[in-house]
Design a protein. Sequence first.
Length: 356
Amino acid sequence: MRPSEPDIALVRGLVEIPSTSRQEGDAVEWLVARMAERGFRATVDDAGNAVGEIGDGPVQVVLLGHIDTVPGEIAVRIEGDELVGRGAVDAKGPLAAFVAAATQPVAGVRVTVVGAVEEESPTSKGARYRATLPSPDWCVIGEPSGWDAITVAYKGRLTIDVALSRGARHGAAPGPTVAEEALALWERVRRSADGHAKAARSFDRLDCRLEGITAGVGDGLVEKAQLRIGYRVPPGVDPGDLERAAASLATNDGDMRVIVSTQGREEPVRTARTTPLARAFARAIAAAGGQTAFKEKSGTSDMNILFPAWRCPMVAYGPGDSRYDHRPIERLSIADFARSIVVLRGVLSRASDRII
């Protein structure tokens, strides 16, 4: 199976425009122009998202995928059946599939496609802004699930920074260095999370990782260290409890000053496999020759932001193998991109059944 040439040009053109998180402007403007050419009522919203609306009627479906990527330049090219390039999988492929599928309006259904900004940043600015708007009837989050699978659960996330500072000391002075103090603090935090890391299933385990560390003399008067600690939080664990536990371990001692600040926090999320939206995907995937798989992911997505706000039927869906996310070999099967467009059109056609 192969997409139409305009749809191939859409996904390739979007991947060719760099759009590292918080630098999405060029890609947003380009996508708005392409959606307008396809008959969408297209604009840039107050958060900087690309927004295209098409069709009219009592049923509203939001297809929201993120337009930003992680850093890393990968030469954009087609190799056989694959489109190679940063963002091809995560998540411009799913976003382009949304636009392609929605280009054919469905009677009675108003579809809003959103190319959201800053999903790859702790801020998630685009999704947080859309969450303040009224809930649609259905929402699909654009993330790679594979053309014949939908994602119904994500772990939550907590990212904290721990800053240590004290008066500068001579390198030969007795006692631990500020770097050693920071590492000792990290070990205390890690051990405090171990009690939640014993679950049999990977999705049910709490992951706690040291994501970054810097240490050394600052201005000659103060020496500093900083830790960035990231948690992947399963259902049943409160991120607030983790924040408080980390803060209690990071106590000031002598002339050492410790400050703990939260940089990002999302609750874990799980949606039902039996909603009308999930059933519509199962039928559309079957009609395209597949059998639906339901996935739970250890990462996060804009579903973590939007589901608690909207509480409407919601899944994550899109072409691509998530094992390529953020990797230097990111590549998207063009055939699976085409199949996902067929599936999405089938889902949108079934949204009109809500009118009856």
